[in-house]
Design a protein around this ligand. Structure first.
Ligand SMILES: [Zn+2]
Length: 479
């Protein structure tokens, strides 16, 4: 830390240091960074525990408990099982304004269990694995919250820090149910990050998405003896998917449409009575997704008419696109620049290159440098997150931190492998420090906070948040 402080001071004397644009006290940032260093082994232990638990959406019982218990031990007031989800929680410390929130995730992905090694081999065959690095995500965010808590406890910062334990990002979107309950409404600003193959302040949005089921109900009959008495639900399903596939030609290039057939009859000699397709539609903005959904409804209706069957379309979930805050991105970028790049050992680089060789991507190793702050792209790359929903309720600042080799496939074994060893640990520490340093600014610098909120107001244009999830409790697993 001393070396960095010296170089920072030197930099200040030679040029306008990026942090001088913001009001946060450098000494307090040093304290926050020191707190993360102090708790480093506890935080990496937490991350490793969650990595081993590898619990999937809404089953994150041990993972959420590990984070809750740690937060409680650190003096946070913890509300467990919020918004109807046993694995969702909110941990708060301090009082009064500003109230700064920070999001943490901890769900794993099914079927991609992997050892912490650069060769593909399951830790436990058929089990889940942290292929999106959410074990690191949860632990790093909590580490940043603890650092801020210590500054509040020491009387160095005033206000409230609130950590959100948000389950099921990979499926139903726990944040959407928490948002529906209004749990984010009183925040001044919210922070989030995500493991990545690069480190940067995020200025690009994510895709909006709607997730729905279409069911067709026809009439069974003997397929050879009296097919004229039958009405095939599978015929309707085929008309529906044909319609969706024909629609592909007449949508914007930013649209993504994908489906799986969940039920398509039992045996050929019975006219199928029931068929079911699960469909996701995405576009750059929620308004685009709304249009697609309206068209898909018409296609389902037409398909049912042609086949002479009934249909039912049920929206299950969906995310807003991320509402990017440029003022916030500049603040994060300044803090990342102050921290400097992640340094890797030759062994870590070799680990990464072995993965790159194994997955057929260029052997670039790990990229821990801070990416330049570029202007936002007009449309996001493919992918959605329930952080998007939070970003329409409260200004949300987002960063990415390196936890995996450049170009390595995501939601796959390389991310699991790196998330369970020192590469993931280094990403954890870097993310926690960047989040904590940025939050020092958010607590201290009212002007920047106001600028962030003004940008949010101008961009959200009074949009009334309307979650895609249906009324009623979250769909908890039954077993
Ligand atoms: Zn993820």
């Amino acid at each position: 830390m001393k070396v960095r402080l010296t170089s920072t001071l030197l930099f200040v004397s030679l040029a306008v240091h990026p942090l001088l644009a913001f009001g946060g006290d450098l000494k307090k940032k040093e304290d926050a960074v020191a707190s993360i260093e102090k708790h480093k082994s506890e935080l990496t232990d937490l991350s490793d525990q969650i990595w081993r638990f590898a619990e999937t959406a809404l089953r994150e019982t041990r993972s959420s408990k590990a984070l809750e218990d740690y937060a409680e031990k650190q003096g946070f007031e913890v509300k467990r099982g919020v918004a109807g989800m046993p694995t969702a929680f909110v941990a708060s410390y301090g009082q009064g304004r500003p109230i700064i929130g920070i999001l943490g995730e901890y769900d794993a992905l099914p079927g991609i269990s992997q050892k912490a090694q650069p060769v593909k081999e399951a830790l436990e065959a058929g089990s889940a694995g942290h292929g999106c690095g959410h074990n690191v995500f949860g632990a790093a965010s909590l580490g940043a919250a603890v650092a801020i808590k210590e500054l509040i406890a020491a009387g160095k910062l005033k206000g409230t820090i609130r950590f959100y334990g948000t389950p099921a990002e990979e499926s139903v979107g726990g944040k959407i149910y928490m948002a529906r309950e209004g749990l984010f409404n009183d925040l001044d600003v919210c922070m989030a990050w995500h493991p990545e193959d690069k480190t940067r302040a995020d200025v690009d949005s994510s895709q909006a998405i709607v997730d729905f089921i279409v069911e067709f109900k026809g009439k069974a009959a003997h397929a050879a003896a009296d097919p004229w008495n039958g009405r095939s639900a599978v015929a309707a399903l085929e008309f529906f998917t044909t319609g969706i596939n024909r629609m592909r030609e007449f949508v914007r290039p930013t649209v993504r449409m994908h489906y799986v057939i969940q039920k398509g009859g039992d045996v050929p000699n019975v006219v199928p009575e029931y068929a079911r397709v699960w469909c996701w539609l995405r576009d750059s903005k929620r308004t685009g997704v709304e249009e697609l959904l309206a068209r898909a409804k018409k296609i389902a209706e037409g398909a049912a008419l042609m086949a002479g069957v009934e249909y039912k379309l049920t929206v299950q979930s969906g995310d807003y696109e991320l509402l990017v805050n440029q003022t916030g991105a500049k603040l994060i970028h300044a803090n990342l620049t102050w921290l400097g790049p992640i340094q890797y050992t030759p062994e870590e680089q070799e680990f990464a290159k072995a993965i790159q060789r194994a997955t057929g991507v260029e052997e670039k190793g790990l990229n821990g440098s801070i990416q330049p702050l570029l202007p936002p792209k007009p449309d996001p790359e493919g992918g959605s997150t329930d952080v998007g929903d939070v970003s329409w309720i409260v200004p949300t600042l987002h960063l990415s931190v390196t936890t995996a080799p450049e170009g390595a496939p995501w939601h796959a074994w390389p991310v699991v492998a790196c998330g369970g060893m020192s590469i993931g640990h280094k990403g954890l520490v870097q993310a926690a420090k960047a989040l904590a340093a940025t939050m020092v600014d958010l607590f201290e610098d009212e002007k920047t906070r106001e600028a962030i909120r003004a940008e949010f107001k101008a961009k959200s244009k009074g949009e009334v948040y309307k979650p895609y999830v249906p009324d009623g409790p979250p769909p908890l697993p039954k077993d």
